[in-house]
Design a protein around this ligand. Sequence first.
Ligand SMILES: Cc1cc2nc3c(=O)[nH]c(=O)nc-3n(C[C@H](O)[C@H](O)[C@H](O)COP(=O)(O)OP(=O)(O)OC[C@H]3O[C@@H](n4cnc5c(N)ncnc54)[C@H](O)[C@@H]3O)c2cc1C
Length: 421
Amino acid sequence: MANIFLSSAHNTYGQDKPYTSLNTPELNDIITYINEESLDELLGFLNAFTPISTAELDNIEVKLTTVYAEGLELQVQTKNTESPSTNAQNHPEQRQTFFIAFPAAITHPDELQIQYIALKQKADKKLGKKTIKLTKQVFDVQDSYRVSKNMLRLELNMPTLNNTNGTSNPTSVPINEAGYAYLFDLEHNALIKDTTADNIDDSKNTSRLARSHCYYTLRKAWQTPAGIQAWVDVFLHGNTPGGNWANSLQAGDTVVTKREFPEKIEHLRDGQALLIADETSMPTVARLLELWENPTPPLVVSVTQNAADQRYFDTVKIRSGIDIGSINNRIDSNSERTIKNTVKDNFTVLPIVTDQQCSGQHLASLIDNTIGNYLIDQPIKIDKVWGALEASTVKALRPMLRERLDLSRAEVVIKVYWRQD
Ligand SMILES: Cc1cc2nc3c(=O)[nH]c(=O)nc-3n(C[C@H](O)[C@H](O)[C@H](O)COP(=O)(O)OP(=O)(O)OC[C@H]3O[C@@H](n4cnc5c(N)ncnc54)[C@H](O)[C@@H]3O)c2cc1C
């Protein structure tokens, strides 16, 4: 991957290497979206394709400024307490612009997503990280039922395919990974329903769907003789495309996924962790708890609009998805001494019930204050954070928690799982 360092003063390109502007009306929205939701990915590109080191990443601000047919232009600024304008005047050398080339130049704006994903795959591979996959998977729906007031569980099955030689095809559904997400193709079911109803009215075709895809997490998956069984928990928050899709599914239907990606949770392996869930990320946190190998149980903040949905965690047992003996053995051999029952079997939930739809600065302050109040009485130091919430809440909460808990960017991972209109 060639990195072309661009002059920070002029922000222009070398005569010998002109880049092609993209003429698409959505480009500004795409750039805003990437800057708000994909900061980690931009940092990953810098880490993989520029001389900026992992340690330096914590001390810079990165912004996607332009997308060209050939790649991305990233502006990097060293963090400073001065305002950006004063900073630029006083320290112009602290701003740098990097060009990160796509694996192949795009010829049509529709290819932007493909090249962006290809770039992410390449960066993750270089950094030795698990990455996004563009794989089509088909599951059979077996059942659906509520597991809390508004959380609908889909029970899915992926049959083991037998080859002609009698061996079975291993499926690629991850059984021991928390937060593994699938992009479900909502149009697949709308199409089938239209076809089976012999609906030939063009005005009712699937283009009417306000949303054709939706991310949902693999709540849990396990191997059975008949194939992989899986749960996907969909929070129903009114009349929305994702909720309507999940509600309409019946035993015998198929569901199709088109993309899948792992969650960023490696930092939770040790230290005192804080997990922050809202209704959409409760499935991820539940699975994190079941697969919790860190000897210290986490503190969990659970935000719901309705008090009844707090019951979602009632049936979740920490470490129930792993062999505790093996963890104690690992801890024993690491510390070279015998520790019996090192692993404690509890976790604390701090419930926050908002009673009405609540997001942004207000919810961020509510979460921050709840944690602050808890820490007044509890002698613990939070070392790591993972959470997933609404976009504006995430934006407000990240700096609050980093400041309150005195943590680095890498220690505070708070993802955007949905966006308030
Ligand atoms: C990696 C990842 C994993 C996810 N895993 C899960 C999961 O396991 N289970 C799950 O339920 N969701 C999960 N989500 C979130 C889910 O994809 C979003 O909530 C999605 O927006 C739902 O689509 P929708 O069609 O229901 O509503 P949208 O089309 O997004 O929104 C329609 C309307 O509903 C409002 N709205 C959307 N979401 C909410 C909400 N949560 N609460 C209140 N109002 C809302 C919007 O503001 C809008 O007005 C995940 C998201 C990501 C990125």
